[in-house]
Design a protein around this ligand. Structure first.
Ligand SMILES: Cc1cc2nc3c(=O)[nH]c(=O)nc-3n(C[C@H](O)[C@H](O)[C@H](O)COP(=O)(O)OP(=O)(O)OC[C@H]3O[C@@H](n4cnc5c(N)ncnc54)[C@H](O)[C@@H]3O)c2cc1C
Length: 272
């Protein structure tokens, strides 16, 4: 008897998993794309959390491969946004990059993560430090009104290799400035600072180098990190996390978590 699964036949999804219809897909560069799905009415999460995403076997072409994804939309939105890398030959993303509206992606029902307001103690300024797709959780945080209730200023600092990779961040900030409700809530509290490392741009260099040298603070007209007033969320590559963590610790900030809120929090944007 032939036991090969028929991959053209829609597969029954496992329990604890939503099957979400894709509503929109936008390709930013050869390495980056955005997709939006429907949101189940009962699904709750905190802005900044991540979930596990997979594809049904008929799209994956084999057993479902689960990967962590930050939800890039805020907790109040009616849809769910994701911002994704395209890894050549990557088990999930080499298939995920081909999704189109009306396809379905699978999402495990339990969100989690440390890049949430609950993990930080009160402060005046919130620094959101990210590289590459590490901007995804902050795409959620910068569109959450709670962020502006808690902080007087929010600095979104994003480093990518090339200029085209910064576009998603620019689009987010434009969206906020043109949003009928958020524009007023956010006002001039959000400051966006984008840098590139492999291509000339308005600001060139790694954010951590620019912070260490003081150049970034000078250009923004602000004081260096200070544990009394500043809180930091960090999401990026392992090297960037380590550098940013050192910057925070040298400024006297203590790491926080959901169970023990602190002055800065960290999440890896990917493993490896
Ligand atoms: C907590 C958490 C949240 C995450 N959120 C996101 C997200 O919002 N968007 C997203 O695209 N990815 C995110 N990732 C990474 C994601 O889980 C997958 O690794 C990614 O989708 C690639 O999957 P893959 O199976 O194609 O390749 P994998 O086998 O998972 O990865 C292969 C290699 O590609 C590189 N890589 C993987 N992801 C990235 C990335 N995002 N940026 C740069 N290089 C990478 C690494 O070197 C990795 O070893 C997150 C990871 C973690 C741990």
């Amino acid at each position: 008897m032939d036991t090969t699964p028929d991959l053209n036949k829609p597969t029954e999804k496992p329990t604890g998993v939503y099957s979400l219809e894709v509503r929109e897909v936008r390709h930013y560069t050869e390495r980056l794309f955005f997709f939006r799905t429907e949101r189940p009415v009962e699904f709750r999460f905190r802005s900044g959390e991540f979930v596990m995403i997979g594809l049904p076997p008929e799209i994956q072409g084999s057993k479902t491969v689960w990967r962590a994804y930050s939800i890039a939309s805020p907790a109040w939105e009616e849809h769910l946004d994701f911002y994704s890398i395209k890894v050549p030959g990557g088990p999930l993303t080499s298939k995920l990059l081909g999704i189109e509206p009306s396809d379905h992606v699978w999402m495990r029902k339990k969100p989690t993560g440390t890049l949430v307001h609950d993990a930080l103690i009160a402060g005046e300024h919130l620094f959101l430090l990210c590289t590459g797709t590490g901007i995804a959780p902050f795409a959620s945080i910068i569109r959450d009104p709670e962020t502006y209730e808690k902080f007087e200023k929010v600095y979104l600092i994003h480093t990518c290799r090339e200029r085209g990779e910064l576009q998603y961040g620019y689009d987010l900030v434009d969206e906020i400035r043109n949003h009928e409700i958020l524009a007023e809530i956010v006002g001039d509290k959000l400051v966006h600072c984008a840098t590139t490392t492999r291509e000339e741009s308005e600001r060139t260099g790694r954010m951590t180098d620019l912070m260490r040298s003081g150049q970034l603070y000078d250009e923004l007209g602000i004081k260096p990190l200070n544990s009394q007033t500043d809180r930091v969320m960090i999401c990026g590559s392992m090297a960037m996390l380590q550098d940013s963590k050192t910057l925070c610790e040298n400024a006297g900030l203590k790491e926080g978590s959901n169970s023990m809120p602190g002055e800065f929090v960290i999440e890896r944007a990917f493993v490896g």
